[in-house]
Design a protein around this ligand. Structure first.
Ligand code: C2E
Ligand code: CA
Ligand code: CA
Length: 409
């Protein structure tokens, strides 16, 4: 079925009257493939089944049993890739807070609707969806890839590393880069990691993928070293990589073979996945890597399930404040409170702080005023291919010399 012409919509609300009302409103606007559920458990079953997995969910926040926020957590666990509209009778502030939470979880959200929902408001929000999905029809085509396709991509060297700079906020000096993998797909063009990392994890290809990313990153690190550039190179490590003790040998061997110092390698571990039943193995791997002087970074801080427990248990050197709490924190009290708390916790634990998602001069100024160590984000640079790095570096050094003028972005 072509989901662009008849998208699947799921409505989740404990109020059956609302379910009927919204279904009717949607039908009047031409959306006929609509499923309604009056509780979260039923809705999750629909999401788990390929034929009924929706392209859009209209979600009520206030429900007995599983509420809307809890439901969003389960969507994250399932790597839900559709869109979301929050529907609630709660006040504006509550809806905004919920919206931020959804953003922090990186679930695409079209917006929110106040109850009682009017057909006009619903039409307005659905129109933004339509234009958005036609704009991006190629990019957001929900085509998913099979394990075989991904395996072939890895062996055909179709996975390419991009590098996003991390710079010192105080001096502008380029301290390192984060490696972000992309798939140069022969037919589909540039495919972003959110489309294939989960598949790699699910089909046990994540060690292969990480090996490929790390190998390429080490080659690049050596080239930079030879050119006199001393950069810390970060790679993203999935919790699934940390499931077997072999991983630590693999990393140590690759880094030793490449002749790169472990101190120049940062392993970014995202805390947004729940640690498996047995957390001892990841703990052991990370501790041993730390003893070998690898840098450990806790990624997406603030969005996950067990951030504080992980901070207690794992000797991290670096804390990355999630972009959801960085961009616009200068103007938003709620974001600012989370940003400040993360920063001060990191400082107390003697960790270096990296703010992600620094998008504009205002974000940058906040980092400067609050003493955040490193900045990463489009204000500094988008992720680059290695070939584009020298030109960016020169332009960046000019910007720094000129005092990082607002219009230089
Ligand atoms: P992440 O580790 O949080 O990476 C940061 C993401 O934010 C990147 O998305 C980056 O392109 C994006 N970003 C950078 N600056 C800005 C900004 O100013 N504004 C906004 N809105 N976004 C910005 P990307 O490259 O699509 O990667 C998405 C996620 O995929 C990464 O999130 C990471 O968790 C995962 N990933 C990427 N490469 C790998 C990999 O090699 N292995 C594993 N396991 N995961 C990877
Ligand atoms: Ca990362
Ligand atoms: Ca991150």
């Amino acid at each position: 079925m072509d989901s662009a012409s008849n998208p699947k919509i799921l409505i989740l609300d404990d109020d059956t009257f609302i379910l009927k009302l919204l279904t009717r409103m949607l039908a009047k606007q031409g959306y006929t493939s609509v499923i309604s559920c009056d509780n979260g458990h039923d809705a999750l079953k629909k999401i788990d089944t390929a034929e009924t997995c929706p392209d859009l969910i209209l979600l009520d926040l206030n429900m007995p049993d599983m509420d809307g926020i809890e439901f969003v957590r389960y969507l994250v666990d399932r790597q839900y890739h559709g869109e979301l509209i929050l529907v609630s009778g709660e006040d504006e502030r509550m809806l905004k807070t919920a919206e931020k939470l959804v953003h922090a979880h990186k679930i695409p959200m079209l917006g929110y609707l106040h109850k009682p929902v009017t057909p006009e408001k619903l039409a307005e929000i659905l129109n933004t969806w339509k234009s958005h999905s036609t704009d991006n029809s190629l990019k957001t085509d929900k085509k998913s890839y099979s394990a075989e396709e991904l395996r072939a991509a890895i062996s055909n060297h179709e996975l390419v590393n991009y590098y996003q700079p991390k710079v010192s906020v105080e001096t502008g000096e380029v301290i390192g880069v984060e490696t972000l993998v992309r798939w140069h797909h022969p037919a589909d063009g540039l495919v972003f990691p959110d489309r294939f990392i989960a598949i790699a994890e699910q089909y046990h290809l994540i060690n292969e993928l990480t090996t490929c990313v790390l190998t390429n990153a080490l080659n690049q690190a050596k080239i930079w070293q030879q050119n006199g550039l001393s950069l810390r190179v970060a790679i993203n490590v999935s919790m699934d990589n940390l499931a077997s003790l072999d991983f630590q040998d693999l990393v140590v061997n690759l880094v030793t073979q490449a002749g790169v110092s472990p101190q120049k390698i940062v392993l970014e571990v995202t805390e947004s996945q729940v640690m498996g039943a047995d957390a001892r193995v990841p703990l052991e791997i990370l501790t041993r890597l730390r003893l070998k002087r690898f840098h450990l970074s806790i990624d997406d801080f603030g969005t996950g399930h067990s951030s504080l427990a992980q901070l207690r248990d794992i000797p991290f050197d670096e804390l990355k404040i999630d972009q959801g709490f960085v961009h616009r924190a200068w103007t938003d009290d709620t974001l600012r409170a989370i940003y400040d708390a993360s920063l001060s916790m990191a400082k107390q634990l003697n960790m270096e702080t990296v703010a992600e998602g620094v998008e504009d001069q205002n974000d940058w100024e906040l980092l400067r005023q609050t003493g955040c160590d490193l900045a990463q984000g489009n204000f500094v640079s988008k992720p680059l291919q290695a070939a584009d790095f020298p030109a960016w570096l020169e332009a960046w050094q000019n910007r720094v010399r000129n005092g990082l003028i607002a219009d230089s972005a």
